[in-house]
Write a protein that binds this ligand. Structure first.
Ligand code: ZN
Length: 455
């Protein structure tokens, strides 16, 4: 194993709360943490011969904090490019997704997730939130280890070199009015929230790269009287709590019909909202919903490339930010794994909706893609280049066909995942010269997807 350098000299580094990247920053790392930061401002680069710089490794380009992918369903990657033949909508896409889910077991899921998480590492993602509900055998029976599928995901993230928050998802019913799970959904269910909590409590991975949080799949999948069990479980552990919210207008309509209130109001009433909660999508909220989310300090994870792929709609990102909602980003269905694309979509979708420009500053997009996302996943000490923070460093080329001539501040409007040159996670180099150091990502993706794709 090559020794990981502990002193990096970034041509540009984007430091916290700075509107723009800073040139010539010496970044010192020890035991996976950033121990010192020295901007060499105005020197036009490091003067030759300065003792302190001799053993520093240069990082040409722009070095960002680690990017955070707050919402992932790793197995959806197997659907990329396969769902565009007919018209269809979210619900027909979901049937195709279930056909893949039906074919996964702990071994095939380990292989697939390892390749998907390694693709994320290549894209500069140092931490992923896996919204995990493939708990049991296809017929609904438990594996010998009832958390075998979650364990496979933890192992996959270790192989890929990224941190993981396993959001153990409670999924009990198939509709807001409480219909039972059927067919491919049977493996998602634990029976009731108490049994979900027992299984989730039994899973305590000791790996330092992983932690466990909770998720309510949605108001379709967890009956109102069981929401609080999941929320309490998360709160007792100070663990992140995530929930799919108002991705589809149909969910709002059904919730109003059954409960006489919106999904957001239902979650508020049952103690699900709060500062450690992240609502995923929130594409179709009412004004009242936005007030509830803002006042409870609930965050929102936007997944713009998935929302566009599934024709979900455009979430009101600017209105969310205006009421104090922290925004983070996820690649969700992995139609694309590119946090630059997700981030710029937050601004560009607002432009399409309003026919005006300039809703979010570049630093706002960086914050959503890094600091806010890590916090939403329970890693508050990551996602910023600061003394004491985890040493996650993502270096983006400024000399590629896409980024040549682009000022560093413009990188979120120009770069693609393919421009990520080097990725350091917790002080360890995971990606160098644009290549993953331990996973042949294209080959492993091809093999793993072929193994789970229906003929
Ligand atoms: Zn999702």
């Amino acid at each position: 194993m090559p020794v990981t350098p502990t002193r990096w000299l970034a041509e540009y580094a984007w430091l916290p709360e700075h509107a723009e990247p800073t040139p010539d920053v010496l970044i010192e790392v020890e035991d996976g943490r950033i121990t010192a930061l020295t901007p060499l401002l105005g020197t036009g680069g490091p003067p030759a011969g300065i003792e302190v710089l001799r053993d520093a490794t240069r990082l040409p380009g722009l070095t960002l904090p680690g990017l955070s992918n707050v919402h992932s369903h790793a197995f959806h990657r197997a659907l990329r490019g396969r769902t565009h033949g007919g018209r269809g909508d979210f619900w027909t896409w979901r049937d195709q997704m279930y056909a893949i889910a039906d074919r996964l077991d702990p071994d095939t899921y380990l292989a697939l997730a390892r390749a998907v998480y390694a693709e994320m590492a290549l894209a500069g993602i140092t931490c992923v939130g896996e919204f995990h509900y493939l708990h049991h055998r296809p017929d609904g029976g438990a594996y010998a280890d009832p958390n075998a599928m979650g364990a496979a995901l933890v192992e996959a993230a270790a192989h890929a070199g990224v941190r993981l928050t396993l959001l153990d998802t409670c999924y009990l019913t198939s509709s807001v009015d409480g219909q039972a799970l059927a067919g491919p959904q049977r493996r998602f269910g634990d029976g009731d929230a108490t049994r979900w909590a027992e299984r989730a409590s039994a899973f305590q991975p000791a790996d330092p790269h992983a932690r466990v949080g909770a998720a309510v799949h949605s108001v379709r999948a967890v009956p109102a009287d069981q929401l609080r069990t999941v929320a309490d479980w998360a709160r007792e552990r100070q663990a992140p709590l995530h929930v799919h919210l108002s991705e589809q207008p149909a969910e709002n309509d059904e919730c109003r019909a059954v409960h006489g209130r919106t999904p957001t109001a239902l979650l508020a009433e049952h103690g699900v909202l709060g500062p450690d909660t992240t609502a995923v999508h929130a594409t179709h909220p009412t004004s009242g919903d936005l007030t509830l989310l803002g006042e409870s300090r609930t965050g929102v994870c936007l997944c713009p490339t998935t929302e566009r792929d599934l024709a979900d709609g455009i979430g009101p990102a600017r209105r969310m930010a205006d009421v104090g909602i922290r925004l983070s980003l996820g690649s969700d269905s992995h139609a694309v794994i590119d946090l630059f694309e997700e981030a710029r979509a937050v601004e560009l979708d607002e432009r399409l909706r309003t026919r005006r420009r300039g809703h979010f500053a570049p630093v706002d997009l960086l914050t959503a893609a890094s600091t806010a996302g890590h916090a939403a996943l329970g890693w508050a000490d990551a996602g910023r280049i600061a003394v004491g923070a985890r040493a996650d460093l993502v270096t983006v080329r400024l000399d590629s066909a896409r980024t040549a001539g682009v000022p560093p501040v413009g990188v979120f409007f120009a770069a693609a995942a393919a421009d990520v040159e080097q990725v350091v996670v917790d002080g360890r180099v995971v990606v160098a010269e644009g290549q993953h150091l331990s996973v042949d990502v294209p080959a492993e993706l091809s093999a793993a997807i072929e193994a789970v794709t229906p003929a």
